[in-house]
Design a protein around this ligand. Structure first.
Ligand SMILES: *Cc1c(COP(=O)(O)O)cnc(C)c1O
Length: 418
């Protein structure tokens, strides 16, 4: 988490961001991560299980950095992957295949083959049709595959529409009405073993209610299956625990699992509980540092004008894609008078707009966009012929790695090769 020292200087993981930004080998915009704090989040979440057998499957899509996945693997985490690329990162980073689950509505044949070959903990099937296809691929390979049903518990998460996944219209999961047909498909799938149930109802949930309701639906279903002779070894409660982007977040990640466990305790005994947190592990412990490039007087919308920075929607797309708001602050805060300004990026899209903020006048040279550790770099693109941002990793209070992004020159070469 970003901290300020007595002089108002922003620090992450103990490192002074102002000094980092002024290093000759670091140029803006760049992401910076406090990896120790991410591992700390996983440890704090584990406490929510209160000694019960569990596995935290870090949802890698939030931040796919090998360094972060490696550290989480060392701390005992598994992974939730949604593509072969993510799986290869996890295997390469030392996550045991027996701790990896694979979600996704459209896994290709090649991906199913890779999942079967790697002997993952579970392929989370998201449709009846996928069950039959997975069985055929496993049979062709002469192997057995472990499968779970990712059910859609028909729970409306109180979050942005684009990141709610557990309601009736969502493309994710097996609708409750299709669970019967899914079991029929499994009965005629000799190469598959049903090992569990999972659900994931949405992202950035700030209260535990929907998480608990989904857990109750899944637990009730597990009890039905048990009475029909299906012995399930895992119940996966999903991810979606929110973080505080500046407007507060009433529940800590451990509260979600603790509340779900309390709710399902009398319903079913499960061998092992899983959860799939992404954002809550990495989000608050990353920041995007950007430089002010240009200001522009403008009398619209009750502001003093635009402030254009060198980070754009290609670096951090959440504001453009989800209407998300990140706190944007000077790297060093002081007592200069504040002015209301609109912060925009350089990309030629009207949606490349971070929103309205109070910033000091005169404008500082460097700004920090807070809580950018999740769905930041992983969603970055080179749209508009822009570079991919650099990433800086902090561990043990020092910078342990600086990874330059992909330069605009490399982008130009790649495009010229077409
Ligand atoms: C994205 C995703 C997650 C992680 O969601 P967060 O909100 O980042 O915790 C977990 N499970 C599945 C299946 C996902 O698609």
């Amino acid at each position: 988490m970003l901290e300020r020292d007595a002089e108002g200087r922003a620090r992450l993981g103990g490192v002074l961001l102002e000094s980092l930004a002024r290093r000759p080998d670091v140029s803006t915009p760049f992401y910076v991560y406090d990896v120790d704090a991410m591992v700390g989040e996983a440890r704090a979440l584990a406490a929510g299980f209160d000694g019960r057998a569990h596995l935290i499957c870090y949802a890698v899509k939030a931040n796919t950095s090998g360094r972060i996945v490696r550290r989480l693997a060392l701390a005992g985490c598994g992974a939730d992957v949604v593509s072969q690329g993510e799986l290869e990162v996890c295997l390469g980073a030392g996550v045991e295949p027996g701790k990896i689950v694979w979600s996704g509505v459209a896994k290709t044949d090649a991906e199913l083959d890779r999942a079967i070959g790697a002997e993952l903990l579970s392929v989370h099937a998201e449709s009846v049709e996928e069950i039959s296809r997975l069985d055929a691929r496993a049979r062709a390979a002469g192997k057995r595959a472990s499968v779970s049903l990712r059910v859609n518990p028909s729970v409306e998460a109180d979050t942005h529409a684009s990141i709610a996944t557990g309601h009736d219209e969502a493309k994710f999961g097996i609708p409750l009405a299709e669970v019967g047909p899914a079991l029929d498909a499994l009965a005629s799938a000799p190469s598959l073993s049903l090992v569990g149930l999972s659900s994931h109802v949405g992202s950035q949930m700030t209260r535990v209610d929907e998480y608990v309701r989904a857990a109750l639906v899944v637990a009730g279903l597990a009890r039905d299956l048990a009475s029909r002779g299906h012995r399930l070894s895992l119940l996966d409660l999903g991810g979606g625990m929110g973080i505080d982007y500046g407007e507060g977040c009433g529940a800590r990640p451990a509260d979600f699992v603790a509340a779900a466990i309390r709710a399902i305790e009398g319903v079913i005994e499960v061998e092992r509980l899983l959860c799939e947190p992404g954002r809550s592990i990495v989000g608050a412990h990353g920041a995007l540092v950007t430089r002010v490039v240009q200001s522009k007087r403008w009398s619209g919308r009750d502001t003093a004008g635009w402030v254009f920075v060198d980070a754009g929607m290609n670096d951090l797309v959440r504001p453009a894609m989800y209407g998300a708001r990140h706190r944007i602050e000077p790297l060093t805060s002081g007592d200069a008078p504040l002015a209301r300004v609109r912060v925009g990026g350089p990309v030629c899209e009207s949606s490349d707009d971070f929103g309205t903020y109070e910033l000091p006048t005169p404008l500082p040279e460097l700004l920090v966009i807070r809580d950018a550790g999740a769905y930041g770099f992983t969603m970055a693109s080179q749209y508009n012929g822009r570079a991919l941002p650099a990433e800086v990793f902090i561990e043990g209070g020092v910078v342990t790695s600086i990874v330059p992004g992909v330069s605009a020159a490399d982008w130009a070469r790649a495009r010229l090769a077409t």
